[in-house]
Design a protein around this ligand. Structure first.
Ligand code: ZN
Length: 250
């Protein structure tokens, strides 16, 4: 299938399909649907049912998250979950602090419909308020059992965790899963030029500072992901990005 640059940066969601998790609906890339269904039903039959917390997110939604954090209207945390006072920070400090947990609009993997944040459905049923913090997936956390299951099974269904470990970019996010084959294809053909142009015309705070950091963001965060295990199952559904002008050096 073809993916336009608008679809890759989250400004066209017409190709996505709707799924249901509990009473919530969410949007995903149609090509991940069969693998996701298998993953969810396998987890359920192994008694670790999965709830989807978020999947597709638009450019506009990501822009709001980023700007609210930049302006101090939304909490910003350190890598270890300590709340930070962003209003006291320089632009460079803010950029680094926010990038630990939030992507620049246009460069979020959540724009693709291939990536999901997941949680233990049982913990939610028991009243746990979802925070998506490392403690929830640690040994004593409410998602410990799910975390173990994901370690053993995720790749069998064609998924991986791009933020499995911290490697000087995005913080470790045990809850963030990604469809290997489809996300790899989108990442490889990503339309950096169109993304940078679109971001430059958006209402992002400190836009010149961000424009100057765009290449840095791409290498330090966007392309700096943990690789899927080589034994993982990959399906060969091909995606080509039409008219992307992608830059192979980034
Ligand atoms: Zn995520």
């Amino acid at each position: 299938m073809n993916l336009s640059w608008q679809q890759a940066i989250g400004i066209d969601q017409t190709y996505l399909v709707e799924c249901q998790s509990g009473s919530k609906n969410y949007l995903i890339h149609p090509s991940i649907q069969p693998d996701l269904a298998l993953l969810l039903s396998a987890a359920k039959s192994d008694d670790v049912p999965i709830a989807t917390i978020s999947s597709y997110r638009s450019f506009e939604q990501q822009l709001s998250i980023w700007n609210e954090k930049w302006q101090g209207y939304r909490p910003v945390f350190s890598r270890h979950g300590r709340p930070l006072n962003i209003t006291q920070m320089s632009d460079m400090e803010k950029y680094k602090a926010i990038s630990l947990w939030s992507a620049l609009p246009g460069l979020s993997r959540h724009h693709w419909g291939t990536d999901l944040d997941i949680f233990s459905a049982d913990a939610i049923k028991k009243g746990h308020k979802v925070e998506l913090i490392p403690e929830e997936f640690a040994l004593t956390g409410v998602c410990c059992e799910l975390n173990d299951w994901l370690d053993k099974n995720l790749s069998k269904y064609g998924f991986f965790r791009p933020y499995q470990n911290y490697q000087q970019g995005v913080s470790a996010e045990a809850w963030h899963i990604s469809h290997i084959a489809i996300s790899e294809q989108i990442q490889k053909a990503f339309p950096f030029k169109q993304c940078s142009d679109y971001l430059g015309k958006s209402d992002i705070c400190s836009s010149q500072f961000i424009a100057d950091r765009f290449d840095h963001y791409c290498s330090q965060y966007f392309n700096n992901i943990c690789q899927p295990p080589v034994i993982a199952r990959r399906n060969d559904a091909a995606i080509s990005l039409s008219d992307t002008g992608s830059n192979p050096t980034q």
